[in-house]
Design a protein around this ligand. Sequence first.
Ligand code: G3P
Length: 214
Amino acid sequence: MFVLVNLKTYPCDPIAVAEAVRDVDETTDARLAVAPQAAQLERVAETGAETWAQHVDSIEHGSNTGHTLAESVADAGAVGTLINHSERRLKLADIDGAVRAAQRADLETVVCANNPAQIGAAAALGPDSVAVEPPALIGTGTPVSQADPDVVEDAVDAAATVDADVSVLCGAGISTGDDVVAAGDLGAEGVLLASGVAKADDPKAALEDLVEPL
Ligand code: G3P
């Protein structure tokens, strides 16, 4: 299972969380990664933790003030990027362009979507993975894999119908190892989570709990 920890703009210490991600990754067969804010990518990558960006824009080098260039994210040490997170929604053409930009920079891609229908559309753009996250469950501590299992199964089916090679993650409310196991049982190959780790008093203990049953 892939466990991707999105730090959003939570006031956690990104280096401490990254070090925990790195250390727990070494104790498990699961793959752990962390997605800090863009300005923190380089320092986080230097910890040795697998580092992801939260977003890249559909742009190339040039006149694009205030945008995030995929090549700069890769130069900072990121190996992948989220695209179209529920809190950073893009138009379809911009999702497509961001996937292309990430591929140009050799970044792995996870395109997020709200529901199975959008997952089918996202899969058609050819990312490495898609992630289904019902917005209403984000940050609630109520896990999608247990509260809304149909949305995960339907997302897996929708993605497979479009592209058998795209893997499906799920996210929203995931915070325990049981939630991760439930996601895997529904066909997800990983989870995308944030508050369960970023807001935990002890992020390392939270990560250990997440991977313990795997
Ligand atoms: O990107 C992960 C996310 O949106 C889910 O957040 O806090 O419910 O784990 P959370």
